[in-house]
Design a protein around this ligand. Sequence first.
Ligand SMILES: Nc1ncnc2c1ncn2[C@@H]1O[C@H](COP(=O)(O)OP(=O)(O)O)[C@@H](O)[C@H]1O
Ligand SMILES: [Mg+2]
Length: 154
Amino acid sequence: MAAEKELISILDEHTIEVRLPNKLGYERIAMACSASFAKIVGFRPERIEDLKTAVSEACINAMEHGNKNNPDARVVITMHYGDHSFTVSVMDQGKGMGNSNEPLEEPDIEKKILNLQTPRGLGIFLIKQLVDRVEFNQTSDEGHMVRMVFRMTG
Ligand SMILES: Nc1ncnc2c1ncn2[C@@H]1O[C@H](COP(=O)(O)OP(=O)(O)O)[C@@H](O)[C@H]1O
Ligand SMILES: [Mg+2]
């Protein structure tokens, strides 16, 4: 079917894709897949931990905010390795977010611990700290996408 075909990106040995139902907890599947792929292509163990955290936060945001917890929605994670970089795109079927490409006000961890600031709002902050480059609000055939780039070193 042509419509279905368009939804499938080209896969080769540099590219893998994981399609998840919109179920909280299943972001762990994407974390595990990204970790194994990154290990195969030679990431250092500490960097794999950064990657897992960023992938997890992006998937949870896709499920909660992008797909608004709709159990019929999908999250599609595409991972591509090449040109000394590892790119993870997380797609949801929502409309994207405000101006998250703008610098964010830093969350105050002390205040959060003391309950003086909402415990929410750490995901994007963490992603920005952990990845080498991130682009929010990209669009694709399937909807809204966050693209995170990890440079390969050494
Ligand atoms: N995939 C997304 N689609 C739409 N809005 C999003 C998405 N990801 C994040 N957002 C918006 O950005 C805000 C901040 O996200 P985040 O820092 O992860 O904090 P939290 O998820 O705890 O609210 C969210 O509250 C939401 O409004
Ligand atoms: Mg979040």
